[in-house]
Write a new protein. Structure first.
Ligand code: NI
Length: 180
């Protein structure tokens, strides 16, 4: 299948799943699929700036990255529809809800580290996409915490993709101006 067809199939699957509970991007009126499409867009641009990058694989991971965490989709369903490698990649990007809150991110980053570099790339692209102007309701502590998390992600996933690491670094610096 060509990348355009893969994109269409995958975004339709993900959009259906995330609309089952009318999921919106937090603090906005935008349907969640806008976030998924933004992450996939980062991945598409990244592919043209990265040697040996599996765009078909990475695009599916990007569009599906929150299905296990935020919707009723099961691992088995992803495996049937997209294959075991995609299911495992998405699973690594999914927080383990049995862990205490403060351990969830590091645990996921550790599991991402054992996946292909395209899975690392989706995590970087996800945070790049999310480092926008924070909602007015966020206080400095919350913003500071969000920025620190981004720094941990960048540190833990170093060596995966120079292009995205550079972009995340710039986004982190820009985010500082929203904190004060
Ligand atoms: Ni996301």
């Amino acid at each position: 299948m060509d990348i355009q067809s893969i994109y269409q199939k995958t975004i339709i699957f993900a959009a259906h799943k995330h609309s089952e509970n009318n999921q919106l991007i937090p603090d906005s009126q935008l349907p969640y699929v806008v976030h998924l499409s933004n992450v996939a867009m980062e991945i598409l641009i990244t592919a043209s700036n990265t040697k040996e990058f599996d765009l078909n694989f990475a695009t599916q991971i990007a569009l599906l990255h929150d299905t296990l965490e935020d919707t009723t989709t099961t691992f088995h369903e992803l495996e049937l529809e997209f294959g075991i490698e995609i299911a495992e990649g998405v699973s690594a990007l999914t927080k383990n809800d049995n862990l205490p809150k403060e351990e969830k991110m590091l645990d996921s980053l550790n599991r991402i580290s054992s996946q292909r570099k395209e899975v690392w790339a989706v995590k970087l692209a996800d945070r790049i996409t999310n480092l926008q102007k924070p909602p007015k309701t966020w206080d400095s502590l919350k913003k500071r915490k969000y920025k620190n998390e981004a720094e941990v992600i960048l540190e833990k996933l170093k060596g995966a993709n120079q292009y995205l690491e550079n972009r995340l670094q710039v986004k982190i610096q820009e985010y500082e101006s929203y904190i004060h």
